[in-house]
Ligand binder design. Structure first.
Ligand code: NDP
Length: 329
């Protein structure tokens, strides 16, 4: 069993020396446990936060612990009545090639609906994040103008498409011409703003002349500030993430334009997808329905080679991933 364990808490961007690469014997499952061969590992921006000490929405990964990660794989041995050898399963099995886990920690997935890596993206955690974040927290409805940052990514691409399905006007913010034309030409967004090459503030003024009803923020920093300055009356700002700030070493950027919340009687609300666990069935059914009707496009960026984990994770923070970033064991 090969594993990446946390060796040090990073300062800024994680370095190779922040990880220990460990090889140990594959354990046998005990009572009610299963042994899983991990096939795909989800690489998520949130992993950066889990590496920090201190209070958060989930306990930090401890030094010496296998790095936490969402995964999908195949059951090799089962001592649990719900699972048989060969079953495809998902769960938080960590950055390792094999995992022995309690059966209740695993969920069976149906690869006749979508291929295995999709259960880390459109039919997995990012899909649930987009669905509940946009519709429940953001309250997006027919006729709203919705703006989403990191628009070509795992969550953002789904947010924009769900918003279109609900009758919203959708503007995406992404880095570079290729990602911007992808969200407009392939995903059907109404417009895109290339934050690396144009003013986000002016782009919002141009594409959202009546203001932003829902801003779904994945990025934070100055992009959030521009959105605050462009809110519509009763606008909703959904704080899903702030990837531009996750590696900050000198404090986070604090938005200056928050008084817009007062002026527009608007609100800004953070959320964590795990709080919706009891409603995942509803979200998964909606996402799978749109997927089988051909109404949702999704893209996975699959990098091969377990040993490439430390460098591959960094792709999220320099924007070189295009779609849901997945490591293939
Ligand atoms: P993505 O697939 O969107 O990948 C990250 C993208 O962020 C990059 O491709 C890059 O796109 C963009 N980015 C990176 N650095 C910067 C920067 N400095 N400024 C602007 N953009 C940047 O990741 P996910 O879809 O998995 O995650 C998106 C967000 O959602 C993250 O903030 C994540 O933490 C959050 N999240 C929150 C959850 C919750 O429960 N609250 C659950 C899941 C995700 P580009 O090339 O366009 O710059």
């Amino acid at each position: 069993n090969r594993q990446f364990r946390l060796a040090k808490r990073p300062e800024g961007l994680p370095k190779t020396s922040d990880w220990d690469f460990v090889t140990e014997a594959v354990a046998d499952p005990g009572a009610d446990e299963i042994l899983v061969a991990v096939e795909y590992i989800s690489l998520d921006p949130a992993m950066r936060g889990w590496m920090n000490a201190g209070r958060s929405y989930i306990k930090p990964v401890e030094i010496g612990e296998v790095m936490r990660a969402g995964t999908v794989g195949t059951v090799l041995k089962s001592n649990h009545s719900d699972f048989a050898e060969g079953d495809k399963v998902s769960g938080n099995f960590g950055v390792q090639t094999h995992a022995v886990v309690a059966g209740k920690e695993a969920r069976k997935v149906d690869t006749s609906i979508a291929p295995l890596p999709s259960y880390l993206g459109v039919l997995g955690m990012p899909g649930m994040t987009a669905y509940f974040g946009l519709l429940d927290v953001g309250g997006a409805k027919d006729g709203d103008t919705v703006v989403v940052s990191a628009a070509s990514g795992a969550v953002g691409a789904l947010v924009g498409q769900i918003a279109k399905l609900k009758g919203c006007r959708v503007v995406g913010i992404a880095g570079g011409a290729e990602k911007c034309s992808y969200v407009v030409d392939e995903l059907g967004f109404d417009a895109a703003i290339d934050y690396k090459n144009e003013s986000v503030y002016k782009g919002m003024k141009q594409h959202c002349p009546d203001g932003i009803d829902v801003f779904f923020d994945n990025v934070g920093g100055e992009i959030l500030d521009s959105a605050l300055a462009n809110l519509a009356f009763k606008g909703r700002v959904v704080i899903c993430g702030a990837i531009s700030q996750y590696n900050a070493t000198e404090g986070m950027y604090a938005p200056k334009n928050y008084m817009s919340l007062l002026v527009n009687r608007a609100r800004m609300e953070g959320f964590v997808v795990f709080d919706y666990a009891s409603r995942y069935g509803e979200g998964a059914q909606a996402m799978a329905g749109w997927l089988s009707d051909g109404k949702l496009k999704h893209k996975e960026d699959i990098v091969e080679g377990f040993e490439n984990f430390p460098d591959t994770l960094l792709k999220l923070f320099n924007g070189s991933n295009f779609g849901k970033l997945v490591l293939k064991v």
